[in-house]
Design a protein around this ligand. Structure first.
Ligand code: NAD
Length: 486
């Protein structure tokens, strides 16, 4: 494979910058290319292009034409699906099936859903009478916020980026995207797609680089950026919020999680193992919605632990291209060191290791990849590091509980509040428990079952705001009230 060279995408053109950094492939650690790092000059140019585009044809385009263009973007992603799949697999090491049937089609769908939503939003209006007996008509219109800074993580690069770029553009904004330094490829490909379907220059811009003292910080502190949408760690969200305070820019944050699964003895155990198996190990645990804490009602505790162990041990790490591969690597050596440091902490804090806890033996070149074993622990107190802190690896701790109130209290004993997954055949209890767990999303007898029209986001330190369907419009538009004296 030719070494790749990832450029910024500014005002419809791919441009390089003098500084670059290396990009390694997670599955075998091979150096696969160089990524340009944006300095202030490139970020300034991208923001200026985005501001200028708001004043050009894009800013005057009818909602029908704009949304038709976004449908073309989605169609072009689907037409070039194999390019996107290869780029994403190379960047992340994710198994082909997950990328091909999950993340890339969802990336395309993100453009269609928001294009359709924006065309169908009703406007509110009020008629009122004034003291002199004459009337007034008040109505509101939605206008774009302007230039949106989009800062993205690496765990589902195209999906998570388009989840923000889709609604931002549907609402008539322009964007400057800062992809994760770990995953530059699909953001660059999307630039080619934008040009191919005729999205005007400057509407979609990409600057590569890191966070602090690099493209991320330059973008989020740029006064020409009107609002910032961010997915990533809670700690990073804090830094971005401080930057956004200058200029009173609004933020939408999708942040970390330490999500609890609650499994009652009356659940369909096979279904629960299937669902929790995905929640704990999918994408090698690199999913914000993943379940790293499990509370299982005591009568089925031992059976549950045995069954989830079997499930974890059935996962097959390997080349992302191989049909039998069901587990990818972690994104980077740094992330592997972080996850392994938690595997050590669990040992040091006295966990009972049910399975995993180390690094799998991988053949040939794959031995240089960032692999870890799916891991399950039991026996730790609620104060243990692996129960309190987000690990973002393929691992979970399972604890028994005796009463519904106890399960709810333990599920809520965290600073995070992204999601939960509840397993029981008693639907009355399911609804009751779902309402009492402090999260943005509660799944009952399911996990990661998404309808893109529903509100998505976290409570507590897992985020600010909700995106999805009409909820995205709240962030990506300003409501303007117009009052007419009649
Ligand atoms: P991260 O916070 O380290 O990085 C995310 C992005 O922020 C990257 O592009 C990075 O370069 C940039 N960044 C870092 N510091 C910055 C700064 N000071 N200013 C501006 N930009 C900065 O997150 P990550 O490691 O890429 O992703 C994993 C995290 O993302 C986990 O905590 C996970 O839970 C979270 N996440 C949340 C959701 C959600 O929907 N709630 C979805 C996916 C991932």
């Amino acid at each position: 494979m030719e070494p790749q060279y990832f450029k910024h995408f500014i005002n419809g053109e791919f441009v390089s910058s003098s500084r670059t950094f290396p990009k390694h492939r997670p599955s075998d650690g091979a150096l696969i290319g160089q990524v340009c790092e944006a300095g202030k000059a490139e970020v300034n140019a991208a923001v200026a292009a985005a501001r200028a585009a708001m004043k050009g044809p894009w800013g005057r385009m009818s909602v029908e034409d704009r949304t038709a263009l976004l449908h073309k973007v989605a169609d072009e992603i689907n037409r070039r699906a194999e390019d996107f799949v290869l780029a994403e697999m190379n960047d992340t090491g994710q198994p082909r099936a997950m990328v091909e049937h999950g993340f890339i089609p969802r990336g395309a769908a993100n453009f269609k859903i928001f294009a359709d939503v924006i065309k169908n939003v009703p406007a509110e209006s009020f008629t009122s009478s004034s003291p002199d007996g004459r009337g007034a008509l008040n109505y509101s219109i939605r206008v774009p916020k302007g230039v949106i800074g989009v800062v993205c993580p690496w765990n589902a690069p195209l999906l998570l980026m388009t989840w923000k770029v889709g609604p931002a553009l549907a609402c008539g904004n322009t964007v400057v995207v800062k992809p994760s330094e770990e995953t530059p490829a699909t953001a660059a490909l999307l630039g080619e797609v934008m040009n191919a379907v005729g999205v005007p220059p400057g509407v979609y811009n990409v600057v590569h680089g890191f966070g602090p003292d690099s493209a991320g910080a330059f973008l989020t502190s740029h006064p020409g950026v009107d609002a910032i949408t961010f997915t990533g760690e809670t700690r990073t969200g804090t830094a971005i919020m401080k930057a956004a305070a200058d200029g009173i820019r609004s933020v939408s944050f999708e942040l970390g999680g330490k999500n609890a699964g609650v499994v009652f003895a009356d659940c369909d155990l096979d279904a629960a193992i299937e669902g929790i198996g995905r929640a704990a190990f999918m994408n090698c645990g690199q999913i914000c919605l993943g379940t790293e804490r499990l509370y299982v009602e005591r009568p089925i505790f031992d059976r549950f632990v045995t069954a989830l162990k079997k499930r974890a041990e059935s996962l097959k790490p390997g080349n992302p291209e191989d049909a039998g591969t069901t587990l990818g690597p972690l994104i980077s050596e740094e992330q592997r060191n972080k996850v392994l440091s938690y595997y050590k902490k669990a040992r040091d804090e006295g966990a009972t290791l049910v399975t995993g806890g180390g690094v799998p033996d991988m053949p040939g070149e794959l031995a240089h990849g960032h692999w870890v074993q799916p891991t399950i622990w039991t026996g730790l107190p609620e104060t243990a590091s692996v129960i309190r802190e987000e690990i973002f690896g393929p691992c979970c701790h399972i604890a028994p509980f005796d009463t519904e109130d106890e399960a709810i209290e333990r599920a809520n004993d965290t600073e995070y509040g992204l999601c939960t997954t509840i397993w029981t055949q008693n639907l009355t209890r399911a609804h009751r428990v779902a309402a009492r767990i402090d999260v943005g999303i509660a799944w009952i007898n399911s996990w990661f079952l998404r309808d893109l029209r529903t509100p998505f986001g976290g409570s507590k330190r897992s985020g600010i705001g909700r995106e999805g369907g009409v909820h995205s419009l709240e962030f990506y538009t300003e409501l303007r009230n117009i009052c007419v004296k009649l």
